[in-house]
Design a protein around this ligand. Structure first.
Ligand code: KG4
Ligand code: ZN
Length: 350
């Protein structure tokens, strides 16, 4: 399966093959990612029009390299999978148009894929099939959502963020601290070894998930915009008090405190969902799953509660086409095919 992913600011193509082993069904033959981070850094975030133009420049070379790295030609492929949505519509259109053209030219079937299904299947690509039912948190720059997976390939929506995605909060806090884009990796690094209780930041006030309380609609939701605003207020108050240049220590403390709050919210709700739905495992995927504190706390909480936890490798946690090819293989085996009417859908639901 050739996978193609262009939903945001990474142009990616990958070749994923079936193993014949139902416990670990797929193997990555190649996974090429051309990141546009350097282009968008200058603007402090992704500029949609620049993203789509860069996808057009990169897509042919990226696909050629994915085929070459895998040592295959077009004739060796069985089908093409492409991200249909959600994402930036101009970016999605580049991948969808390319995939449709290639499918016609090479006489291959086409499979449209949901981007978040890709993040969920990145866990299976990395670890093999998870013990089911599983609860999976997809946490990235665009999404913070919980899903239940009762059977392979079935994704039941549980909750999502009411405002910013966790990665978006990282990116916005990094921007207001002058740390550049993307913010997640740099905040993760600067927070290391710093005081994570240095400043007062409010905890998001949603109804807290409580194992003894009846399930309330929305109590597994996330919210991060209040936390970002609290960091902004703190920085403004310090500036009003006459601080013009923040020391590295102070920036590190702000990062560490912000990160503790984000990770606690993510872990609390994910484990509350796992308890409520009797999950046999927990997965965390998406760009923010690269976060060192989130990975450590996930493992520690899982060990303490004797529930296995799974994350993708770092290469499979941020946007990539191997995860899209994996969903494509799952759908293809279940008879899923897309027609040439397939269109990019910026708000596609799962
Ligand atoms: O999945 P992804 O590559 O793209 C989206 O679909 O959004 O995720 C990118 C997001 C960015 O917001 C970035 O700041 C965040 O993931 N991220 C991190 C880390 N590495 C990337 N956030 C926290 N800690 C990290 N180590
Ligand atoms: Zn993503």
């Amino acid at each position: 399966m050739l996978g193609i992913e262009t939903s945001c600011d990474e142009t990616s193509a990958a070749v994923v093959a079936e193993t014949g082993d139902t416990a670990k069904p797929w193997v990555v033959r190649s996974n090429v990612v051309a990141s546009q981070a350097a282009i968008h850094r200058e603007w402090g975030g992704v500029v949609p029009e620049l993203a789509s133009r860069q996808h057009i420049r990169d897509i042919c070379g990226v696909v050629d390299k994915a085929l070459a790295d895998a040592g295959v030609g077009w004739r060796d492929l069985g089908a093409i999978a492409v991200t249909q949505g959600p994402g930036l519509v101009g970016s999605l259109l580049v991948g969808v148009s390319f995939a449709k053209s290639a499918a016609v030219a090479a006489g291959l079937p086409l499979v449209g894929v949901h981007h978040l299904a890709g993040h969920i299947e990145s866990l299976v690509l990395q670890n093999g099939e998870l013990p089911l039912p599983a609860v999976v948190l997809v946490v990235s720059g665009g999404h913070t959502s919980l899903y239940q997976v009762p059977q392979p390939g079935v994704y039941e929506f549980l909750s999502r963020t009411r405002d910013d995605a966790a990665g978006e909060a990282y990116d916005k806090v990094a921007k207001l601290l002058g740390l550049g884009y993307p913010g997640g990796p740099v905040i993760d690094r600067l927070a290391r070894g710093r005081n994570d209780r240095a400043i007062e930041l409010p905890t998001t006030r949603l109804t807290h998930a409580d194992r003894n309380a009846p399930a309330l609609k929305g109590d597994l939701d996330f919210s991060f915009s209040g936390l970002k605003t609290a960091v902004l207020r703190h920085v403004r108050a310090r500036q009003d008090a006459g601080v013009t240049v923040f020391s590295d220590e102070e920036v590190g403390d702000i990062c560490a405190t912000f990160q503790r709050k984000v990770v606690t919210a993510l872990i609390d709700r994910t484990f509350a969902a796992a308890r409520r739905y009797g999950s046999r495992s927990i997965g965390v995927a998406g760009g923010v799953s690269a976060n060192s504190r989130l990975r450590a706390e996930l493992k520690a909480h899982g060990d303490a509660r004797e529930i296995p936890t799974f994350v993708p490798s770092l290469a499979l946690s941020t946007d990539n086409a191997a995860m899209i090819a994996a969903v494509g293989l799952r759908r293809f085996r279940a008879g899923g095919r897309s027609s040439l009417d397939l269109n990019a859908d910026a708000a596609l639901t799962l």
